[in-house]
Design a protein around this ligand. Structure first.
Ligand SMILES: Nc1ncnc2c1ncn2[C@@H]1O[C@H](COP(=O)(O)OP(=O)(O)OP(=O)(O)O)[C@@H](O)[C@H]1O
Length: 287
């Protein structure tokens, strides 16, 4: 076991933010932490790092929060008067790691910007620098809070490929993001937070055994009628039916009427819709 939350409680004044949160991750395992704004994701990361004190329960850390951990928080704080290479070298000097400056520049795709002043970097370049710095101590556990916000498509892809490489080296990642498709493609375990509690803990291999039928609909009446018959959740004129007991009869129904639909593996986005999104029978579900 690398990290364990045991009945963790956190309140800010009267607001309960974490409520009996329990889970553990093993060495080499990674987690994507998912939930709407304010669900408590950053609070969890800050609690592990000791930046926020918890009010109850315990956090067991089988790692050293100074030496074994790399961190990319939501807001970048750099000494603006330094060049990119200098900031990287400064960070390297805090640890005893042998990671080369060039490797870190490459990890952040900042080789060309090595001599640029940090204050002149764009928002996305600053995020990439933050990522490079998180790797400076060659950490065995990385905490990444919304890492790809501000990154363009190419930078995000490079970032996730690097994350995959890091995971393949047996290191662990603890990542929060609202980019569900990225999490779906690159992570293997997903923890969903709701009302300060873990509401679902889903593994990619479980998703890979489940299917969703997505029906593309023309009119609102058509959509409602189909939903009344087969259930499912609606979003942007599409009906998503995950109940496998209804799939055979639904497919036959749709084929008979020549309606457009696709059958695909369940994804993180489908879990999110089920857990948080608008459900006509229950109204808007709030995290
Ligand atoms: N220092 C603080 N003082 C008071 N309230 C706080 C503090 N830090 C966080 N909160 C509150 O705790 C709740 C959880 O915040 P947190 O930042 O953990 O959410 P999050 O899931 O990371 O959200 P986001 O997706 O917007 O980053 C929010 O209601 C927030 O206002």
């Amino acid at each position: 076991m690398l990290l364990k939350f045991n009945q963790v409680e956190k309140r800010f004044k009267e607001k309960q933010v974490l409520s009996g949160v329990s889970f553990e991750i093993d060495e080499g395992e990674s987690i994507a932490l998912i939930g709407p704004n304010g669900a408590g994701k950053t609070t969890m990361i800050r609690s592990v790092l000791g930046l926020t004190l918890i009010d109850g329960g315990e956090i067991v850390r089988n790692f050293n929060t100074r030496q074994d951990v790399g961190v990319m928080l939501q807001h970048d704080l750099f000494p603006d008067h330094l060049r990119v290479r200098e900031v990287i070298e400064l960070h390297k000097s805090y640890s005893k790691s042998n990671v080369s400056t060039h490797a870190l520049l490459e990890a952040g795709d900042l080789v060309k910007e090595a001599r640029s002043m940090v204050q002149n970097l764009s928002g996305g370049q600053k995020r990439r620098l933050s990522f490079a710095l998180s790797l400076a101590a060659d950490p065995k556990l990385l905490f990444l809070d919304e890492p790809t916000v501000g990154m363009d498509v190419t930078a995000s892809r490079m970032f996730w490929n690097k994350i995959r490489e890091i995971q393949e080296q047996g290191k662990s990642i603890f990542v929060t993001s609202h980019h569900l498709d990225e999490l779906n493609d690159y992570c293997r375990r997903f923890i969903f937070l709701k009302n300060g509690e873990i509401i679902a803990d889903v593994r990619k291999e479980d998703l890979n055994t489940q299917k969703v039928i997505v029906v593309y609909l023309e009119t609102a009446e058509e959509a409602l009628d189909l939903q009344r018959q087969f259930g499912g959740l609606m979003e942007d004129r599409k009906l998503y039916v995950t109940d496998k007991n209804k799939h055979a009869v639904l497919c036959a129904y749709l084929q008979q009427r020549g309606m457009t639909f696709e059958e695909r593996l369940k994804e993180v986005r489908d879990c999110y819709r089920e857990i948080y999104d608008l459900n006509p029978e229950e109204g808007v579900k709030q995290a």
